[in-house]
Design a protein around this ligand. Structure first.
Ligand code: SAH
Length: 396
């Protein structure tokens, strides 16, 4: 066998045959042809049968990520153009321009581009590169993105922990066009939000919660609202616009709360109905309980407690704790909108945790809505790991 190839150990071809895009190091029997990081390798089973083409990642536990399972499909510029065009067509189908000017354009594995995330923020694209295969093709991909979207300004935010697992250093900065203004104003369901593309959390905003923010806004009329882990006030502003009686927003980050105040002002919403509190939600909830404060609608949208299944148990305790406290703070008839964006916690497990929290809090609650990430963050059926965000709205 000539060229660069990766031979699986005997019996380790099942996930590739199921078109799962990841090959773990433990499944790899042999690597031939001295491939460099990001190089394309032909993947074969232990008997030598061709299975697919993948990007090689020597530093990572995910040793290779499959591009294609089709022997006729070469991994070249046409390949990447076709994948990006397909991703753009999907967004045209699921995101209407009147709804938002900011959404996820490319969602990694689920768009057939493992390790590439691209978010559109008004007239800017933010690119996040998470794999050696994408890293090697940065210039090609940036050129294609500019061509196919017509967006002239492209900024890189490859400053996330998972890059270390790939042996890649952090990289941020202008890839094309102008540096982003700070803030950049985006529009979502008729609200406007300040986004700092260079240093904001994630790539600047939690685009995955757009539909869920709207849902919570629709339920907020007349209610006294507690928004925990508020970041820049997304859920708070939707609740206010939806007619909330008052909104208390809690976040650990002073910068996030400052953005929240800016957003409130930019949308001409009633500032007198809002309160912003910097603090640790785990402590703040206890404090509110001790002061016998009550609310009619509580949002819990914490950061990832369990990025992988290994941390699931500790994460489960964290979710249980805040959900239990939240249930205790609700008035009768009150609503809890609770979320988990931990890849390591399944939707079933999350629902069990929330049910356990209600039980321990001594409340009966029923589910009004089961929520997920927006359709601009699709989940390929061969990549269930792509479904990371789950939410439950329940009423006590
Ligand atoms: N709901 C927001 C996104 C929340 S992201 C939206 O729709 O935009 C999670 C937020 O939790 C971040 O802003 C982070 O600063 C904050 N955070 C993380 N740990 C925290 C803690 N222990 N207490 C309070 N805030 C915390």
């Amino acid at each position: 066998m000539s060229g660069k190839s990766l031979i699986l150990k005997p019996g380790r071809d099942k996930s590739v045959l199921h078109r799962h895009p990841w090959i773990y190091s433990g499944a790899v029997g042999q690597v031939n042809g001295n491939p460099q990081p990001g190089d394309t390798v032909e993947v074969r089973n232990a008997s030598g049968d061709w299975l697919g083409r993948a990007a090689y990642s020597p530093a990572s536990q995910i040793r290779a990520r499959l591009w294609t399972w089709d022997a006729d499909e070469a991994v070249n510029e046409d390949y990447f153009r076709a994948r990006i065009e397909k991703a753009l067509a999907l967004r045209r189908a699921v995101v209407s321009p009147g709804e938002t000017d900011s959404y996820r354009l490319i969602h990694g594995e689920s768009d057939g581009l493992p390790g590439l995330v691209v978010d559109r923020y008004a007239d800017w694209l933010v690119v996040q590169i998470l794999s050696a295969g994408i890293e090697l093709r940065r210039d090609l991909l940036v050129g294609l993105l500019a061509d196919l979207t017509g967006v002239e300004n492209i900024y890189e935010r490859s400053d996330v922990d998972v890059r270390q697992l790939e042996g890649l250093p952090d990289r941020t900065g202008v890839l094309r066009g102008a540096p982003p203004p700070n803030p950049l104003w985006i529009h979502e369901h008729g609200l406007t939000f300040a986004v700092d593309l260079a240093t904001g959390q994630k790539t600047g905003f939690y685009l995955d919660q757009r539909a869920n923010r709207r849902r919570v806004g629709q339920l907020a009329a007349g209610r006294s609202v507690l928004n925990c882990f508020s970041y820049s006030g997304g859920f708070s502003l939707y609740a206010l616009r939806g007619g909330a009686a008052n909104v208390l927003s809690v976040d650990a980050s002073a910068e996030a709360l400052e953005l929240g105040r800016q957003n409130l002002a930019a949308n001409a919403l009633p500032a007198e109905k809002t309160e912003w509190l910097q603090g640790d939600v785990f402590h703040v909830l206890r404090d509110l309980r001790d002061r016998a404060r009550k609310f009619d609608l509580i949002v819990l949208d914490p950061p990832k407690f369990a990025p992988t299944a290994a941390q699931a148990e500790k994460a489960a305790r964290g979710y249980k704790d805040i959900n239990l406290l939240a249930f205790k703070l609700l008035n009768p008839g009150g609503l809890l909108a609770t979320f988990s964006c931990s890849g390591g916690i399944s939707a079933e497990l999350f629902q069990k945790i929330v049910a356990g929290a209600a039980l321990d809090a001594g409340v009966n609650a029923c589910i009004l809505d089961l929520l997920r990430q927006g359709a601009d963050h699709p989940v390929a059926l061969n990549f269930p790991e792509g479904a990371y965000l789950k939410g439950i709205i329940c009423q006590v």
